[in-house]
Design a protein around this ligand. Structure first.
Ligand SMILES: Nc1ncnc2c1ncn2[C@@H]1O[C@H](COP(=O)(O)OP(=O)(O)OP(=O)(O)O)[C@@H](O)[C@H]1O
Ligand SMILES: [Mg+2]
Length: 372
């Protein structure tokens, strides 16, 4: 899959942008605050329908304007598609080939991107919510069914919590309704766990090798923590989880919330046997996230038979020369890639000579060199 063209109107610091990308490597150069990240963010929004920066949709609209428009032409399985998102005060509208898509869950796996942002370091440093969100976003891009599962699970969880809160207040001990919720709850929970576990297992098949290629040191692994216990037999998993739910019922009731289930999952990065959130250097954290994102290329391709688009924001800062060169060797492959940098000298001339290069200033492309 490649993005051929991107058009922005009133997006962040852009009035009008119309940019055509190379199918291979694209480099966006510009000083700070000129709009490099905004281009990658817009492509991400078009894929995932929201920003990765945890901002409100309305922050994406250029200040002083009423709406924002992101349009793209993508080439997927040898046919061109027009994608479009309009954001205004009333929400957002999404269209594929001019036809409105009402259900976001039908849309998200349509156009797949993998984005590395310096902001991703938060994924290691902060609490588990950001890591679960990462799993949910990536798996939503891979599977419509996963989106539906998570939506169904979240509404069931809400119902369960409301029910046990009412039970607590009213001393209602009729648990037959709770049993109905719980039997559905454990099925959805185990299905979500299954998707996540498979994804993390697949990441672990690749991430150590990739980290070694960049950092010269292997042994990076991700450890998935869940209060669902793995068993080869799904029925056993479901029944074990059901028992756990029942066991924690008194605690759940006292607190008015559910302590068991995939909404409490987490994962950690371990390097050389140590949790890098506690021991990792800044560079190691960056490389670990980069290795994760690069490992995802193979997984995305396996799921859909089509390569995702790789968006790499400011990857070269904070890496020493050796690591930078190793990374360059690694990303010079056949996946469409868009990278941003403030300094073209940070990028090997071999790469620049094979890339389309865009110079951005004040929300405009001020020069462009096509080498593809
Ligand atoms: N909604 C908005 N309306 C207008 N301008 C905005 C909006 N949101 C962000 N900006 C502007 O966009 C610019 C930042 O763009 P961006 O983050 O893409 O910069 P960058 O080129 O990636 O910079 P850096 O090298 O520092 O990462 C800033 O000038 C900021 O004020
Ligand atoms: Mg930036």
């Amino acid at each position: 899959m490649v993005i051929k063209k991107l058009m922005l109107k009133n997006y962040r610091n852009y009035d009008d942008l119309d940019i055509s990308f190379s199918d291979r490597l694209n480099i966006i150069i510009g000083d700070n605050a000129q709009g490099k990240t905004n281009i990658l963010e817009a492509i991400y929004v078009l894929a995932v329908t929201k920003s990765y920066l945890g901002v409100n949709d309305k922050n994406l609209i250029k200040i002083g304007y009423k709406f924002s428009l992101i349009k793209a032409v993508i080439d997927k399985e040898d046919s061109l598609k027009n994608l479009e998102i309009v954001i205004n005060d009333n929400g957002k509208k999404i269209k594929i080939n001019n036809k409105e898509i009402k259900k976001l869950s039908d849309y998200v796996s349509n156009f797949r991107v993998i984005l590395f942002s310096p902001d991703n370091i938060r994924m290691i440093k902060e609490g588990p919510g950001i890591r679960r969100r990462f799993l949910n976003v990536e798996l939503s891009q891979l599977s419509n069914r996963y989106v539906k599962l998570v939506n169904d699970f979240n509404s069931l969880l809400k119902q369960r919590n409301e029910f046990i809160r009412v039970m607590n207040l009213s001393s209602n001990n009729d648990i037959s309704y709770l049993d109905v919720i719980d039997s559905k709850f454990v099925q959805l929970a185990v299905d979500i766990y299954g998707y996540r576990k498979k994804f993390i297992d697949q990441v672990n098949e690749e991430i150590g090798n990739i980290y070694e290629k960049i950092a010269g040191f292997s042994d990076l692994v991700i450890k998935y923590h869940s209060n669902i216990d793995y068993d080869d037999d799904k029925k056993v998993m479901i029944s074990n989880l059901y028992d756990k739910l029942k066991k924690s019922f008194d605690k759940d009731k006292n607190y008015g919330m559910t302590f068991t289930g995939p909404h409490r999952d987490d994962f950690y990065f371990y390097l050389g046997g140590k949790n890098i959130s506690l021991y990792g250097s800044q560079g190691q954290l960056r490389m670990a996230i980069l290795a994760l994102k690069l490992a995802e290329i193979g997984i995305f391709t396996k799921y859909s038979g089509d390569k995702p688009i790789l968006l790499l924001d400011d990857i070269f800062s904070e890496l020493d020369v050796t690591k930078k060169n190793r990374l360059i060797d690694y990303i010079f492959n056949d996946v469409q890639t868009i990278i941003t940098t403030t300094d073209i000298n940070l990028i090997d001339t071999k790469l620049v000579e094979n890339a389309n290069v865009f110079v951005i200033s004040g929300g405009k492309v001020i020069s462009q060199v096509d080498n593809n």
